[in-house]
Design a protein around this ligand. Structure first.
Ligand SMILES: C[S@@+](CC[C@H](N)C(=O)[O-])C[C@H]1O[C@@H](n2cnc3c(N)ncnc32)[C@H](O)[C@@H]1O
Length: 239
């Protein structure tokens, strides 16, 4: 079971630490304080994950079993790499037999068993390169992509929603039958047309918010389970 972090100082660091007032802007100081006092950040360090985001995926999996049996996984917006670490582990991916492809426009340190593309997912070449990089039909497409913030909340929101939508259409193009799709979205942000498209293509479509996703954040995850497959799609309509 994914235990909630117990906090405290197993990492040698106490919670409740303050950053000295100095040249930092108050908002930056608040961010640093929140980060160093976050029990999930401390637990990620302790368990060797590159980011606290690992616990979002593990918590969602605990409840909805999306990782079990996955043979190939594509990770969108993967840096610094904690979801890819989990993906490599569950697929037993190795450098000799790669089963995980990851993409991010930021540089990401190498991970054993993960084919990393440093590229914008919106690049027209990205879908083809990802499929080549994972070496076969994936059973799972996961996306934690969030557009870089501009400071204008509505713009940021729309850009992340766009990434979610493009990721969903990509998943429908590449997933193996029975596969699953998980993507970051925002509360109330998923467009009706996108939800309808997913409902047509998957057996179950739900929104989930793991405990490790900060309560004050509007972040949610869209989970589509049980891809129905593409068979019949290319068949001409019966007259
Ligand atoms: C929240 S982080 C992902 C954390 C990751 N799941 C982990 O466990 O380490 C979101 C990532 O999405 C990436 N991203 C946003 N837009 C992207 C795009 N268009 N193409 C590729 N990566 C993108 C960002 O660079 C960022 O690294």
């Amino acid at each position: 079971m994914t235990k909630p972090p117990i906090g405290g100082n197993r990492t040698g660091r106490k919670l409740g630490q303050k950053v000295k007032k100095g040249k930092l802007k108050a908002s930056s100081r608040r961010w640093i304080e929140r980060h160093i006092n976050d029990p999930y950040v401390q637990r990620a360090k302790l368990e060797g994950y590159r980011a606290r985001a690992a616990f979002k995926l593990l918590e969602i999996d605990e409840k909805h079993q999306i990782l079990k049996g996955a043979r190939r996984i594509i990770d969108l917006g993967a840096a610094p790499g904690s979801w890819s670490q989990i993906a490599a582990k569950v697929t037993n991916s190795t450098d000799e037999d790669i089963r995980v492809a990851a993409i991010d426009f930021l540089e990401m340190a190498p991970l054993p068993g993960v084919n990393i593309l440093q590229l914008d997912f919106l690049d027209p070449e990205a879908p083809r390169l990802l499929v080549e990089a994972v070496g076969g039909e994936p059973d799972l497409v996961i996306s934690d992509m969030a557009a870089p913030t501009t400071g204008h909340q509505k713009t940021d929101h729309l850009r992340t929603m766009h990434l979610c939508e493009v990721a969903a259409y990509f998943a429908v193009e590449v997933l193996a039958e029975g596969g699953h799709f998980l993507a970051k979205t925002f509360q109330g942000g998923t467009e009706r047309d996108l939800l309808n498209m997913l409902k047509q293509n998957f057996r179950q479509v739900i929104h989930v918010k793991p405990a490790s996703s900060r309560a004050e954040s509007v972040e949610m995850f869209l989970l589509a389970k049980g891809f129905k497959g593409r068979s019949g799609k290319d068949q001409p309509d019966e007259a």
